[in-house]
Design a binder for this molecule. Structure first.
Ligand code: FBP
Length: 554
């Protein structure tokens, strides 16, 4: 039996559209330098940490002959962090860009993420190998991982292995943390006189690696389309059966962009946005009161059903919970050895509670056991709590049930609250890339190859004007240091790329504000259906609503 589906077979033949500026290959374009740049905040501190790579100019590509790029190079790529649809096309773009400049150029992939760099696990990505992966989802060609290259020892090992493999360029495909790492490595190489270009590529389904120049990270388009199909189907079911409240938690550990986008695509009754909760300084019980108000109002209309979208990162946006998580991060990081010696969970919990200030210790004790345990799970290598493992939707339902019981006793509610929970995250991370992501990723990869061929280092591959047709996209690079600020990580102040959160003054959130009261009361559900790869362009080439609203203002 064939081990690839018919759709897979057809997708292998899809030819991504390259932006016009890249179409004639690396030797037909030149680097144009813009003005020197500054970091987004904490300028003096970031400058001190990155003396060689701070302030570099933005780069754009313009037409022109460039024979320098024909010199033979060896490059390696690493996929870092969570999977995102289109990763294989980034690699395909890098490979094709390198080969177009000089067919003898070689591309390697470090296996299993940055850990593969430290262990020197590497394989050549030949054109023949690449053929089976074009336009496919997943990162399985070379896999990914969350190891961080940050200690002096790790940086030295990375340098040793990169030099051992005689590499001229090292391309890191990752989110904000991984690209921060890329910036650290670029600086380290410049400081130690290593002439290896380090280039980043913006990846994450979460959509939180963006700014004026990086309009979106790859994978966001496809993942939100996949979740929207599922949520749309739930909305239709809810409207047919009319007996359940569905609580759908959607991935996005630090920002609510995914939830907002899926909200636009499906128009459910409630769309919670973590950033709003934080801005309004809401407590957990205020969040519950707001949801309960919608449930009660719908119950009055005889509607004991609805759909509520919950961003995965909500828990970290509730100020009291954020404070608790941050104190837990510090307590866990500072007491690693002592905690390793304790075996039972109860003892660990009590030990950690003993390290917390009284108010937070009380909050921790008040949480349902399951949630408290989930809050204490191991941090990822970047020191972040793994919110994908915290079942916030269940916490909300527990608290809502209690609230509705009280309201019933006070004769303020006379409905039925039957619930179903869902968590959509992993379902969308390896889906076959939409046409948008297939094109965008290929362009990002090709663009990264051009930056590397031009010996740029410490830059993030940037492809802009994404609401236009791919042929019109603009290409270049932006200095990694330009996106940095200082944040607290693992109990220490660190330079990191600033996460892009949902802006309450931004056009997308304003759209939600305008629409949500109607969505709460009615069944304005929209059913986007599955991603379409073939058919009318209005369906196949549709970009995200977020991008459309954001770009409209420009
Ligand atoms: P990246 O930021 O690395 O792209 O990952 C994002 C994400 O998909 C989050 O939405 C989610 O919380 C997390 O990965 C889950 O990570 P893991 O794969 O380690 O469970």
């Amino acid at each position: 039996m064939a081990n690839i589906s018919e759709l897979q077979r057809q997708r292998l033949n899809f030819k991504p559209v390259l932006p016009d500026i890249l179409k004639n290959g690396p030797s037909a374009l030149k680097i144009k330098q813009g003005k020197p740049t500054q970091s987004v905040a904490d300028r003096e501190t970031v400058k001190k940490i990155f003396p060689h790579t701070y302030g570099m100019p933005e780069i754009s590509f313009v037409k022109g002959k460039n024979a320098d790029v024909k010199k033979l190079i060896r490059a390696a790529v690493v996929l870092s962090g969570g999977q995102a649809p289109g990763g294989h096309n980034v690699i395909a773009g890098i490979l094709d860009g390198l080969k177009k400049a000089n067919p003898k150029n070689k591309l390697y992939g470090f296996l299993g993420g940055p850990g593969g760099v430290l262990e020197n696990q590497i394989k050549e990505i030949t054109p023949a190998l690449m053929e089976g992966y074009r336009n496919t989802g997943g990162f399985d060609l070379i896999q990914s991982g969350r190891t961080k290259i940050e200690t002096d020892e790790q940086l030295a090992t990375a340098k040793e292995n990169i030099l051992k493999n005689k590499l001229d360029a090292f391309i890191v495909v990752g989110g904000d943390d991984s690209n921060t790492n890329a910036g650290v490595i670029a600086e380290y190489f410049k400081t130690s006189g290593v002439a290896v270009s380090v280039i980043g590529v913006p990846k994450t389904i979460d959509g939180d690696l963006k700014n004026e120049i990086i309009e979106t990270s790859f994978g966001f388009d496809t993942a939100t389309k996949i979740y929207a199909e599922l949520v749309g189907n739930i909305c239709r079911d809810v409207n047919s059966a009319r007996k359940y409240w569905h609580f759908v938690r959607l991935m996005g550990r630090s920002a609510s962009h995914i939830t907002l986008e899926v909200g636009f695509k499906t128009q459910p009754n409630i769309v919670l946005i973590g950033e709003e909760v934080l801005a309004k300084n809401m407590t957990l019980s205020q969040v519950i009161d707001n949801i309960a108000a919608v449930i009660v109002s719908r119950a009055k209309d005889g509607k004991n059903f609805g759909v509520c979208l919950v961003p995965e990162g909500l828990i970290e946006f509730i100020p009291e919970m954020k404070e608790l998580i941050s104190a837990l991060n510090d307590a866990l990081a500072e007491n690693e050895t002592a905690l390793a010696a304790v075996s039972s969970f109860e003892e660990k919990k009590n030990f950690v509670i003993s390290k917390l200030p009284a108010n937070l210790a009380a909050l921790m004790k008040s949480l349902p056991g399951g949630i408290a345990a989930q809050l204490m799970l191991d941090r990822d290598p970047h020191g972040n709590v793994q919110v994908s493992l915290i079942e916030t939707e269940k916490l909300l339902i527990d608290m809502l049930s209690a609230k509705l019981k009280t309201l019933k006793a006070e004769e303020k509610y006379d409905g039925k609250f039957s619930t179903i929970t869902h968590f959509f995250g992993y379902e969308g991370r390896c889906g076959a890339p939409s046409n948008f992501d297939a094109n965008y990723c290929y362009a990002l990869g090709y663009n990264a190859a051009v930056l590397a061929l031009n010996k740029c280092s410490g830059y993030l591959s940037s492809v802009r004007k994404l609401v236009k047709a791919p042929a019109k996209w603009e290409c270049g690079g932006i200095p990694l240091t330009m996106m940095m600020n200082i944040e607290r990580r693992k109990g220490k102040e660190k330079p990191v790329i600033k996460k892009a959160l949902v802006e309450l003054n931004g056009a997308p959130f304003k759209q939600l504000e305008k629409a949500r009261d109607v969505w709460a009361k009615t069944e304005s559900y929209v059913f986007p259906g599955p991603i379409q790869f073939y058919g009318p362009s209005a369906v196949t080439d549709m970009t995200t609503k977020t991008l459309q609203y954001e770009q409209k203002k420009k």
